[in-house]
Ligand binder design. Structure first.
Ligand code: FAD
Length: 430
């Protein structure tokens, strides 16, 4: 399959990139692992009635109906070689998925992010979910992960998660934001215009939480989850500015599910496989969203966690620039400097404290895939590969996505069956 531009990821960033490129004349293939376009922010119900947010239905219609756009849903890119992306298409985990290459003149990566969860005793118990997974089940399947749920961690994302859970009938036993109102207020106050633009959204969530009488605590964290074969309660504690629990503040709360998120980690696998340089843990781009690999552009959360509006603005710029790289003319020029200021605001308002390392005890599992406990790391020497081989951290199913902060370089980005590779229509990945 060939196209002028291939876009990986159909969230706000990728959708805007597709339209940006197609509208200046480029043919575009959009590849996304999901069943529908929209990514995380615009995730739609797969059962019952869809509720597309403001503006989304129109963008989706324009994109899917565009004569120069080909949409490949339920398709994962598992490798990038230059401007050739390798796709496997078919339902997740199905046997016999089609494996094929898409060759393009420019590539836009808009692969988004995933939840960061810091380890604490009991975080590996059934019933402990990432906040993103709980929201995906609530939004996509209309399923609540529990009847009495605790939501904890840090970031504005906890608010829509709590709202999604309330909408599917869950009761929220408490929302525990680790940062204090003072820290959050100071962070937002550093960019008053950005703060003002987010205010209506905050008020909407605050209203929903108040209507359902959800107890909300700032400067508190879940530091332990308890239960035999399922979470039955959590210990919360007031924490100081480094996130160290303050003695005498521990309290037990009963619940049947816990949703945690301590911010997001950008999905960097494809970008690092394409040779793009990183800076401060995100993909480095210039004012055209061009990465350090010529012809490979990036947009959205993988260039800095800044929310859907920024992702869409970056996507537009990346799409037009990718079309230009592919030989199409456009004089469009957009300055994203102001829009990008939200990235700094979020990291200032919702910092992660080093004291969280102290939540872990010797027997706490720190690598869930390989069941490595904190105590097992004592005496393991070396760095990088040597450390991984000595400890087995990062060698399991998640390949270090949880414990390494996402910066591990690997050639194969998502699991792919050898049988499907062998049946790739005669082409092979060099
Ligand atoms: C779990 C989760 C839930 C969120 N919910 C909210 C919310 O409710 N409200 C809010 O304001 N913000 C939310 N966010 C923040 C949100 O990510 C951004 O606001 C916005 O969606 C970012 O847009 P994006 O285009 O960068 O990425 P995304 O919207 O995340 O889109 C990335 C897309 O890339 C696809 N993808 C990734 N890797 C591959 C691959 N290898 N092959 C093919 N496709 C791939 C994914 O399927 C996804 O559709 C959420 C983030 C996460 C991680």
């Amino acid at each position: 399959m060939v196209a002028d531009v291939v876009v990986v990821g159909g969230g706000p960033g990728g959708m805007a990139a597709v339209l940006g490129a197609a509208e200046v004349g480029a043919s575009v293939v959009l590849v996304d692992a999901g069943r529908g376009v929209g990514g995380q922010f615009h995730r739609q119900a797969e059962v019952g009635v869809e509720r597309p947010g403001k503006g989304f239905a129109g963008v989706r219609e324009r994109l899917l109906g565009h004569e120069r756009v080909e949409w490949l849903g339920e398709s994962s890119v598992w490798a990038v070689e230059g401007k050739r992306v390798w796709v496997q298409r078919g339902a997740a985990d199905a046997v016999g998925r089609a494996v094929f290459a898409v060759d393009a003149r420019a590539v836009v990566l808009a692969t988004g992010a995933y939840d960061r969860v810091l380890p604490f005793p009991g975080w590996d118990l059934p019933g402990v979910y990432t906040a993103g997974a709980a929201q995906a089940l609530a939004k996509g399947q209309r399923i609540g992960v529990g009847r009495r749920v605790v939501v904890a961690g840090t970031g504005p994302f906890l608010l829509p998660v709590a709202e999604s859970l309330l909408e599917v009938g869950a009761r929220i036993a408490g929302l525990f934001e680790a940062n204090t109102l003072r820290t959050i207020g100071r962070g937002w106050a550093s960019a008053p215009l950005v703060a003002a633009s987010k205010l209506p959204e905050f008020l909407k969530y605050a209203g929903a939480l108040a209507r359902h009488r959800v107890p909300v605590r700032h400067g508190w964290a879940v530091v332990e989850a308890h239960g035999d074969d399922h979470v039955e309660s959590v210990t919360v504690a007031r924490i100081d500015s480094s996130w160290t629990p303050i003695p005498g503040t521990r309290r037990r709360i009963s619940c049947d599910a816990l949703c945690v998120s301590h911010g997001f980690i950008p999905n960097l696998e494809l970008a690092t496989a394409a040779g793009c340089e990183l800076s401060d843990g995100v993909v480095r781009v210039d004012s055209n969203q061009q990465t350090t690999t010529p012809g490979v552009f990036a947009a959205g959360e993988l260039t800095g966690i800044g929310g859907a509006a920024l992702a869409a603005a970056e996507g537009r710029v990346a799409g037009v620039a990718a079309a230009r790289h592919a030989g199409f003319e456009s004089t469009a020029q957009e300055d994203l400097k102001k829009t990008r200021s939200v990235v700094g605001v979020l990291s200032r308002a919702y910092p992660v404290g080093d004291g969280a390392a102290g939540w872990v005890r010797g027997e706490t599992v720190v690598c869930r895939c390989e069941e490595v406990r904190a105590i097992d790391l004592v005496g393991v020497e070396g760095e990088g590969r040597v450390f991984r081989l000595g400890s087995r951290m990062g060698l399991g199913m998640c390949q270090g996505r949880v414990c390494s902060g996402g910066a591990v370089k690997r050639v194969v980005a998502v699991p792919v069956r050898l049988g499907d590779l062998a049946d790739d229509g005669g082409e092979s990945c060099e």
